[in-house]
Structure formats: structure tokens, C-alpha cells
Design a protein around this ligand. Structure first.
Ligand code: ADP
Ligand code: ADP
Length: 239
């Protein structure tokens, strides 16, 4: 089970600034959640607390019953192995192949020397190829990542997250560097992964229409507080 429970979660950054305040909510397994709000509202902060990338300084946050707030290094690694991450800037190694990039998603499950030697198991390669097929980019497996378009690179980013066999995918502004048609393609893939595989997908998005179209639930943030929690239809009424 991969239920996410925020209980009074706050984030005070080292400079004392509160990026998140008193967040209490539950995200059941398999939900597709869009996090919306103006720039600086705390969207990234909220998304990144879930895998401990940003430490919650107040309250308690659990993922699949495991306490992220009080996790030690080993426990955090175990949590992160279940949580795939997709980034705004794709974060691919441009000079190496698409396949090698996706294999990085196997890091958590594999001994460190495998990555150094490139001594991947057949299963790892199969998983990576399967992930590339799912996002319809397997024909580029042996291309250099930097040769791909932005939309293609983001699909590789999604494949890398998928290769982890995650129960949760966090997508931090996954389409902020893409044009509108490409944004829809990327969101369609995330939606399909959620629908077909039951993976919880939490996406932080600038555009409300995209969020509304591709989410079961919207979380609206303002100055670090959750000021809206409901469906797209609820959002229409609130506007
Ligand atoms: P959003 O994703 O909605 O644009 P963020 O979560 O990135 O917002 O940031 C929320 C607020 O926290 C912003 O005002 C931002 O400047 C601040 N912030 C983010 N990271 C840090 C940090 N490491 N130290 C101090 N303040 C930060
Ligand atoms: P991205 O849009 O790629 O997420 P950001 O501009 O939001 O990048 O932030 C980049 C990094 O700078 C993040 O690690 C974030 O926590 C940090 N950061 C953002 N705002 C502030 C701030 N006001 N003070 C210190 N660090 C910040």
C-alpha cells in the first residue's frame, strides 16, 4: 500500500522561511493529483517532502505507513526506491544513451558497482525497454539522450521513473519547459501510467486547465497553505 498521509506538515527552510504550513491530507493509493498555485506558493516544496528531498520540519508525513519525517538514511533510500521522480529539466545524462538513462532507474535495486561497470542484468534491461515501450520511445533506446526533443526527453524521464517499478511518481513541473501540444502528450502518458498500472501520480502544474484535465483531485496552494482540495468540477464552482 502506498497511501500518503500528511499530518500537520510544515517546512521551515534553513533561512526561517516557511515553504509549507500545517498541511493535513491523505492521498490514497492510485490517485492522480494535480498541485496548483502561483509561483512560490509551495508546490515544489509539497511534492518534494514526499520523498524527503525537502525535509518536513513540523508534523508527520508517512508514505505506505513509513515515516518520512523520522527516516534515517537507509529508511529514506527504501522509501525513495518506491517513489519515482520526474523533473522539469528532465535531468538526463545527455551524452549517454536513452537506455542507459532509463537503467539509472534501477539504481536503487542494484549494487552500486553495476552502474560503474554497466554490468546490468538482463532483467534490468528488459524492465528498462518495457518502460521505454510504455512511453512509446523505444525506437530511440540507442540514441544519445541529448539528440531527442524536449518532449521525447521527458518521456525518457518518465521511463526512468517507471523502471524503478514505483508505487508513486512525483512529477515536479514536468511540462513547464514544453509547448502546449507536447505538454498534453506527456500528461497523457502520466495519466495512462496512473490508469493502467495504478501508480499514484502527483504532478505540480502551472496551468489550471492541464491540471483539471488530467487529475482526479486538485490541491491548490497559496503561501504554503492548502486553500483548495477538490475535483476539477469543484474548482469550476470556486472560480
Ligand atoms: P512553487 O513550486 O509553488 O513555485 P516552491 O515550493 O518552489 O514554490 O517555493 C515556495 C517558497 O519557498 C518560495 O517562496 C521559495 O522562494 C521558497 N523556497 C524554496 N526553496 C527554498 C530554500 N531552499 N530556502 C529558502 N526558501 C526556499
Ligand atoms: P526548479 O524550478 O527547477 O524546481 P527552483 O528555481 O524552484 O528550480 O529552485 C532551484 C533550487 O533552489 C531548489 O533546490 C530550491 O529549493 C532552491 N530555492 C528556491 N528558492 C529559494 C530561495 N528563496 N532561497 C534559497 N533556495 C531556494
Amino acid at each position: 500500500d502506498s497511501e500518503i498521509v500528511f499530518d500537520g506538515v510544515g517546512v521551515a527552510y534553513p533561512n526561517g522561511f516557511h515553504g509549507l504550513r500545517e498541511v493535513s491530507l491523505t492521498i490514497p493509493a492510485g490517485q492522480m493529483v494535480g498541485v496548483v498555485g502561483l509561483s512560490g506558493a509551495g508546490k515544489s516544496t509539497l511534492v518534494r517532502t514526499i520523498n524527503g528531498l525537502v525535509p518536513a520540519t513540523e508534523g508527520t508525513l508517512t508514505v505506505g505507513g513509513r515515516n518520512v519525517t523520522r527516516a534515517n538514511g537507509r529508511q529514506l533510500r527504501a522509501i525513495r526506491s518506491d517513489v519515482g521522480m520526474v523533473f522539469q529539466g528532465f535531468n538526463l545524462a545527455g551524452r549517454t544513451t536513452v537506455l542507459n538513462n532509463v537503467l539509472m532507474g534501477r539504481l536503487y535495486e542494484s549494487p552500486w558497482w553495476r552502474t560503474l561497470l554497466g554490468a546490468w542484468r538482463k532483467d534490468d534491461v528488459e524492465l528498462a525497454m518495457e518502460a521505454l515501450e510504455r512511453v512509446e520511445i523505444v525506437q530511440k533506446a540507442y540514441s544519445r539522450a541529448s539528440e531527442l526533443s524536449g518532449g521525447q526527453q521527458q518521456r525518457v524521464g518518465i521511463a526512468r521513473a517507471l523502471a524503478q517499478k514505483p508505487t508513486i511518481i512525483l512529477a515536479d513541473e514536468p511540462v513547464a519547459s514544453l509547448d502546449p501540444p507536447t505538454s498534453h502528450v506527456v500528461m497523457e502518458h502520466l495519466r495512462r501510467i496512473n490508469g493502467d498500472l495504478g501508480v499514484t501520480v502527483i504532478t505540480n502544474l502551472h496551468f489550471l486547465d492541464l491540471a483539471r484535465k488530467y487529475s482526479d483531485r486538485l490541491l491548490g496552494l497559496r503561501a504554503g497553505e492548502v486553500v483548495f482540495d477538490g475535483t476539477g468540477a469543484d474548482a469550476d464552482e470556486a472560480v
